[in-house]
Design a protein around this ligand. Structure first.
Ligand SMILES: Cc1ncc(COP(=O)(O)O)c(C=O)c1O
Length: 732
């Protein structure tokens, strides 16, 4: 029987190199779960995975890692996450009787002043380097914990201590990359943009030792077979060089001819950390990829990645390499590091899609199925399942969703309302939400919002209901659900229909129920910056079959033919397929959008938990700031936040325009809360609906509020940098 080998952290740089090596071995069954399959920070998930898969051997290469900058600014996360990951894994390794495990250690956990070259017995022999103390303490605990498990349960966990690993699949993102990959990117971009000089961190004098990731992976496999001691064992190349020499080496390989300057105000880290690898050599292991060769490989890989990305974004069919790349399965390997917004390092939105979505779209084009077809139907079904609505109808935008919902109200077949009937809509919303009802011939009565929740003011709602009022068309602003018990009660008492605009609220729940399920229908938007994106796109959900059918006619010309209807018996009359049963629009999505939706939906939970986490971190950091307030959340609401609103309190004395100027200067993008008070926009002059009354609360938000982005793709490092930047504004 094949041995089962688990790589915990299979998607990281070392994990992928291990997969590459171990896949060559036909006698093992590789287990390489993605982060979506097992979150090593969550014990229940880890235990369930071990229970189900029962690995015989485990490589623990999952860890929170980063360079000096990320480490020094995120000590808590480096400490906590690494502790939790190793504790969860060790527990399961013992509980499920794993035969042997390899737990990755690092040279940077040895004392700052350790004797060089560093022998294994130097661990815990002195003070640690401050910049990465959080990470080091966590990893040292892991090495000790491995010893305790061995002593108490004879659990076999060995601890190789690695020097700096670099190479294939390295992280090139500024902010949390390691020194070698950061330098490669710096010099390549400096050359491409013909920069005269490159400024590097520190003095350049610290010395470092490097091992190529493919050698590192081979060493781990070698040690899994050959090493069983409880003492850690060093893994390195046996040679180090100064960062200055490394920078010159890389710049030469890249072909950069400008100046290299050093910013000596920045920390250097440990002066030297060359490992003594005699123990490893005695066992018979030697790394084979020299530093020059490894750097050349890395430079080529980064250049390839950049070219592939620019080809896929620019769709440059004349590129001389595009033919070859089309055959290369990695051609869709999109790196978000290419998506740096030049003006803002903290933008309102960032792309959340990758090669999977792009492949779906290309697949539709290759198969000549680009107009609405089976992928749309599949996405609709999956969406219904996700938000627990009976029916879903996809359209080309959130605005089209609102439009069709409004036209369903006045539809001649459904006979719900008549043109001229009154519908109440909150003023703080996206304009097309209001236009949709006006275009359907309904009389729109606008109502102010609650200054605390940003949602419709329930007292205003009650006051504005008259005999003519037939429906309420609410919005869950910024993902914060309205008080649906109260809205339902008011609607019931006054015999009103409810429609919900959930365009900013995918994943939000009230009383455990997804928004969109409280009235006749609910609309969603999949615009680029929303919870999921189909580039442009929208969805209408409903639990009413008649409305569902009607929406389909409205979506597609009033045409009876709709691919999502079940197979019917062959038509008797010729041209029966071209029968029109209603009026309608053409707001159909393409299959490319539906393909995007299918992939994005798989990521929704992950995106939303990141949104939630970031929102909470932001809130925690500003909860004692008396200048601003956050929207009140109803007791039964569970919001899936859309963005981070910042609203000045009445007595703060602060000026929103000055704050916006500050954000712009610092590189943080901001915008109004939705569109602020729509009556202040030029379009309000055109329609009498906006002239009937004033909206003091929306006006207050217009003048004192703004929002910044809340994107799951932003790194924790940049998110915290944004928090610190905004904090500095309030300090001054
Ligand atoms: C509340 C609300 N309704 C409707 C829409 C319209 O969606 P779309 O941009 O997909 O047309 C938006 C867009 O952001 C929105 O925020």
């Amino acid at each position: 029987m094949k041995s089962k080998v688990l790589i915990a952290g299979a998607s990281g740089m070392v994990g992928r190199a291990l997969v590459n090596e171990l896949e060559k071995n036909k006698n093992i069954k590789l287990l390489k779960p993605t982060r979506d399959e097992v979150n090593y920070l969550n014990y229940i998930e880890v235990e369930n995975y071990f229970k189900k898969n029962k690995p015989d051997y485990v490589y623990i290469v999952a860890a929170k890692v980063g360079g000096i900058l990320a480490n020094s600014q995120n000590k808590i996360e480096f400490f906590e996450d690494n502790q939790i990951i190793q504790i969860n894994l060790f527990k399961c390794i013992q509980k499920f009787k794993v035969k042997k495990s390899v737990f990755l250690g690092s040279s940077c956990i040895y004392p700052k002043t350790a004797e060089q070259p560093i022998k294994e017995n130097q661990l815990l022999n002195g003070r640690l380097e401050e910049t990465n103390e959080g990470y080091a303490l966590a990893k040292i605990s892991g090495v000790r914990l491995a010893r305790y498990y061995k002593e108490k349960y004879s659990t076999n966990i060995i601890c190789p201590m690695m020097c700096n690993i670099y190479g294939t699949n390295d992280n090139f993102d500024f902010g949390d990359s390691h020194v070698l990959s950061a330098l490669v990117r710096r010099f390549i971009e400096a050359k491409d943009f013909q920069k005269k000089n490159v400024l590097l961190w520190g003095s350049g004098s610290p010395k470092r030792e490097f091992i190529h990731v493919s050698d590192a992976a081979k060493s781990l496999i070698f040690l899994m077979e050959k090493y069983n001691e409880v003492e850690p064992i060093n893994v390195g190349s046996g040679y180090d060089l100064s960062i200055k020499d490394l920078a010159h080496k890389i710049s030469k390989i890249v072909g950069y001819t400008g100046e290299i300057d050093w910013d000596k105000t920045k920390p250097d880290g440990v002066p030297r950390k060359l490992l003594d690898i005699s123990k490893l050599n005695e066992l018979g292991f030697k790394s084979v990829i020299g530093l020059d060769e490894g750097i050349k490989k890395t430079v080529k890989e980064f250049r390839d990645l950049k070219r592939k990305n620019s080809e896929i974004y620019s769709n440059n069919k004349h590129s001389k390499n595009s033919k070859n790349n089309a055959k290369n399965k990695d051609v869709y390997n999109i790196s978000h590091s290419n998506q740096i917004n030049k003006n803002y390092w903290y933008p309102l939105s960032l792309p959340t899609y990758d090669d999977k979505e792009v492949k779906q779209a290309l697949d539709s084009m290759k198969n000549f199925k680009t107009t609405m077809w089976d992928k749309t139907l599949r996405f609709e079904k999956k969406f219904s399942k996700k938000v627990k609505s009976k029916y879903s109808v996809m359209v080309n935008s959130g605005s089209s969703s609102d439009l069709l919902m409004s036209f369903s109200l006045i539809d001649k077949n459904l006979k719900l309302l008549k043109p001229g009937d009154e519908v109440i809509i909150p003023i703080l919303t996206w304009p097309t939400h209001i236009w949709s009802a006006m275009m359907a011939g309904l009389k729109v009565r606008l109502v102010d919002v609650d200054i605390n929740t940003l949602n419709i003011d329930l007292n205003e709602l009650k006051k504005n209901i008259s005999k003519k009022t037939k429906a309420i068309f609410i919005v869950h602003a910024l993902g914060n659900p309205c008080n649906m018990d109260e809205v339902n009660r008011i609607a019931k008492k006054n015999n009103l229909l409810i429609l919900e605009d959930c365009c900013e609220a995918l994943g939000s729940k009230y009383g455990g129920k997804f928004v969109g399920n409280f009235g006749l229908a609910g609309s969603y938007s999949f615009f680029f910056s929303h919870h999921i994106t189909t580039m442009e796109g929208g969805m209408i959900v409903t639990n009413d079959k008649k409305i569902f059918q009607n929406l389909k006619y409205l979506r597609s010309h009033g045409w009876k033919r709709d691919i999502s209807l079940k197979k019917k018996p062959p038509e008797k009359k010729i041209y029966k397929k071209f029968e029109f049963v209603n009026w309608g629009f053409n707001v159909r999505p393409t299959e490319l959008q539906a393909g995007f939706g299918i992939e994005q939906l798989k990521k929704l939970n992950k995106f939303n938990s990141k949104r939630k986490k970031y929102f909470e971190i932001f809130k925690r950091n500003f909860k004692n700031n008396s200048n601003i307030y956050f929207p009140k959340v109803e007791k039964k609401s569970n919001p899936s936040w859309f963005s981070i609103p910042i609203i000045f309190r009445k007595n703060s004395g602060l000026n929103r325009e000055k704050f916006i100027e500050f954000l712009e200067k610092k590189g943080i993008e901001s915008r109004p809360i939705i569109v602020g008070n729509l009556t202040r926009h030029p379009v309000a002059k055109t329609f009498k609906e906006f002239k009937e009354k004033k909206f003091p609360n929306a006006d207050y938000i217009h003048k004192n509020g703004l929002y910044i982005g809340l994107n799951p793709m932003i790194s924790e490092f940049l998110f915290k940098k944004m928090i610190d930047t905004i904090k500095s504004y309030f300090k001054n």
